[in-house]
Design a protein around this ligand. Sequence first.
Ligand SMILES: [Zn+2]
Length: 412
Amino acid sequence: MGKIYLIDVTNRDGVQTAKLGLSKLAKTMINIYLNDMGVYQSEFGFPTTRHESHYLQANLKLAEMGILQPIRLAGWLRATAKDVESAYQLVPNIKHLNLSISTSSQMITGKFQGTKTEEDILMMATEAVDAARAHGAESIGVNAEDSSRTDLNFLLKFASSAKEHGADRFRYCDTLGYDNPFSIYETCKLLAQEVGMPIEIHCHEDLGMAVANSVAGAMGVIDGGQDAYINTTINGIGERAGNADLVAVILALKHSKGLAQKYKLGMPIRLLLAWRICKYASYAFNVPIPINQPGVGANAFAHASGIHADGVLKDPQNYELYDFKELGRGEPETVETGREICSGEYGGISGFVHIMGKMEINFENRNHAKEILELVRYANVLAQKPLVAEELRFIARYTDIAKELFTVTPLT
Ligand SMILES: [Zn+2]
């Protein structure tokens, strides 16, 4: 029986979203939180994008140091041999890749404007897989962009060719959120049966079905005899209406009617860290968590009406499907309402020592404190908002990694 694994794409789909972005430090913190939660893989960025190089390399170092373990860090790029070459030029020790190309006739006609045929698409993708293999990639996923609007026979051919060339996984991308749970179940089951390789499900929220489609797609893959990998983002942040929300997917897998008995997670997930990661992503993206968001919304465990309040007070299970403690909620949070000293790009030593002292971080001497302060200033240049305690702790602890994260070298 196949298992379900989670691949979070916040640091790729999330950050490429219009009007939103993350500093390289925030992306790093998200990788750390995802690893703590037990997420199988983080799609951690774009290896062909030059301003990502230092960040990607610094995170690969964290993996070597055992800090980002066991999570896999995978880069996302277009499925062309040229892009694979440039990825290895810029990030030579990258180990996991996801190679993406459009496969639907809409995209082939509408995007490539008649310059490419289906045969060209097959050739580009397989050449990219060959190039990644030649560079010693440890795992390769091949993404069919707009899978749900792709001719099924071509999709099967595309996935099979990728497999023949040594790809490890096929990503079924419902790029426009066009599928419904019934259609994606059938297609993913067929793909798993016919192609015989593990399948990733990448869903979008344009019709409000991203989580349902992800779960149904994974069920199809498992019923088709393969492992399923669900793509998620924290708080559902992603292109347009967003992606499948990480926490909602986990809750659905754990608590939806009859699901967990048959469709099991391949790695234990620490849902207890949900509150922390969602709050952090909300702060880092500067996007509030909707009041009615599953699990972590302010109203997810709030009751006002007489019948509901009475019922929940008698037995929470009357009106709550799962307990708030399961998500790491319930601890009181301290919010400063009086004087506040914040980190900033123009901060000085006294304020800084005060902030760090509150977190019980002490320095060897004043020079050491000044060195960390300098790094914190750079972090603020990039974040443009006060750093949170865990970011400050990270900088104080991993100064060399922090230096690399804050290094951006524009083209000369
Ligand atoms: Zn996407």
